[in-house]
Design a protein around this ligand. Structure first.
Ligand code: SF4
Length: 441
């Protein structure tokens, strides 16, 4: 059984409220942190090995150490709660059921970074959650954990919740900052990075909800103890939102030592494939990471078991591996059509492209149109090569990672399931009435 740090009290009735959270030991990590110096906290975060839980997996302590500290210029912490990656809903779970873990994590992080005004930018579709967060903020303030002179330390901190308008691109940190400033959410060219010029051109750290929540157990048990959980550079615990053709969709906390096979088939987690069907493929890190067929998902090319951690999932690179990404674990059974699935994703990325750069604006639309044609049985063999060519021209040629995110699913689908694309071309009549999965398994 995986160790629980973030969700250990999730089953307790009323844990959403300050009184219950406090009775369970809530805000003791904040009390401990406020007796430390900001540098001591930073050292604990570095020692923990925590990697950003939003998708990129960049070491959080290192990111914090890049924060510029010019004299007299305010700094900000911005929590990225714009959880819009298809298949990802673990931050929603944290904010909805354990809002005080996030608020406590924000207090500690704000103190460490020197942010007196911090923000939570939340996606517009999570319409009911800002009220939960604002209530938690008010409770923390009433108890002296936010506001002026917190616990007599002289440190002031206010937290504000800002609702987004429902654009996927605002999950990209610089687009988020533009939106938070009241502008259209277009990604900025980097450099300068937010750590130097972020919100209103002030030094800013943007971190994912889960990353900031993880600061609470890190301070609680120390960074060194946190680093002992997990394996290698995949330290601590990770929240995984599991969905698709499985018996038990939901949010699970794992310690990154379990195998993918155990995660899918164990009753503790996904409980196996629905209706006893066969596993066809999986996207383990949200829709932007490469899809992996069952044989490469359960084992690497060397025959080693594949584990639920950053290194093992990526083993073999994009040719045979994938990425931990945001932890949005999407399972596809034998009946799913990969071409239709890829087309659905292409439509999503085309719709969400902000339109600033040509390869993304035009390329995502072309990919969607070609995929639609193939899926309907109206494609030609050359269309598959054209699709491959377009995704190659998008990857690495755009301002922000949305271009790559749109290209990778198409590349992986063609690489691993080219036979399905060809089946659609060769069987135009069947393409319109049944999918490849039903016809071949
Ligand atoms: Fe906009 Fe796409 Fe360019 Fe990102 S890659 S800036 S979403 S057009």
């Amino acid at each position: 059984m995986s160790k629980k740090l973030l969700l250990k009290d999730a089953h307790i009735e009323g844990i959403r409220y300050f009184e219950t959270y406090r009775k369970q030991g809530g805000y003791t990590a904040a009390e401990k942190a406020l007796k430390m110096t900001p540098d001591e906290i930073l050292e604990e975060v570095k020692a923990s090995g925590l990697r950003g839980r939003g998708g990129a997996g960049f070491p959080t302590g290192m990111k914090w150490s890049f924060l510029a500290k010019p004299e007299g210029v305010p700094r900000h912490l911005v929590v990225n709660a714009d959880e819009s990656e298809p298949g990802t809903f673990k931050d929603r779970y944290l904010m909805e059921f354990l809002p005080h873990v996030l608020i406590e994590g924000m207090l500690i992080s704000s103190y460490c970074l020197g942010s007196n005004v911090s923000y939570i930018y939340i996606r517009g579709e999570y319409s009911w959650i800002p009220d939960i967060l604002e209530e938690a903020i008010e409770e923390a303030k009433a108890a002296g954990f936010l506001g002026k002179n917190i616990l007599g330390t002289g440190f002031d901190c206010e937290i504000y919740v800002q609702r987004g308008g429902g654009a996927y691109i605002c999950g990209e940190e610089t687009a988020l900052l533009e939106s938070l400033e009241g502008k259209r959410g277009n990604p900025r060219l980097k450099p300068p990075f937010p750590a130097v010029k972020g919100l209103w051109e002030r030094p800013t750290v943007v971190n994912n909800v889960e990353s900031i929540a993880a600061i609470v157990p890190i301070i609680d048990i120390t960074g060194a103890e946190y680093a002992k959980i997990g394996v290698g550079r995949s330290t601590g615990t990770k929240l995984i939102s599991a969905c698709g053709n499985i018996n038990k969709p939901g949010v699970y906390e794992i310690d990154m030592t379990i195998t993918v096979e155990e995660f899918i088939y164990s009753d503790e987690y996904c409980g196996g494939i629905k209706d006893g069907k066969k596993l066809k493929a999986c996207i383990p890190g949200g829709s932007s990471v490469p899809i992996v067929p069952a044989n490469l998902l359960l084992r690497t090319v060397n025959g080693e078991p594949r584990y639920m951690n950053y290194e093992s999932l990526a083993d073999g690179g994009f040719a045979t591996g994938t990425m931990m990404g945001s932890g949005g674990f999407i399972v596809l059974d034998e009946d799913q059509c990969i071409v239709e699935h890829t087309m659905t994703l292409a439509r999503f990325y085309n719709h969400e492209s902000c339109g600033q750069c040509t390869p993304c604006r035009e390329g995502t639309g072309w990919m969607y149109k070609i995929l639609k044609k193939i899926e309907k049985g109206e494609g030609k063999m050359e269309d598959i090569d054209l699709l491959w060519d377009i995704q190659r021209k998008i990857e690495g040629n755009t301002i922000c990672p949305l271009g790559d995110a749109a290209a990778w699913p198409v590349a992986a689908a063609i690489r691993h399931f080219r036979d399905e694309f060809e089946w659609h071309v060769k069987n135009p009549e069947l393409s319109q009435t049944q999918n490849y999965g039903l016809a071949h398994y």
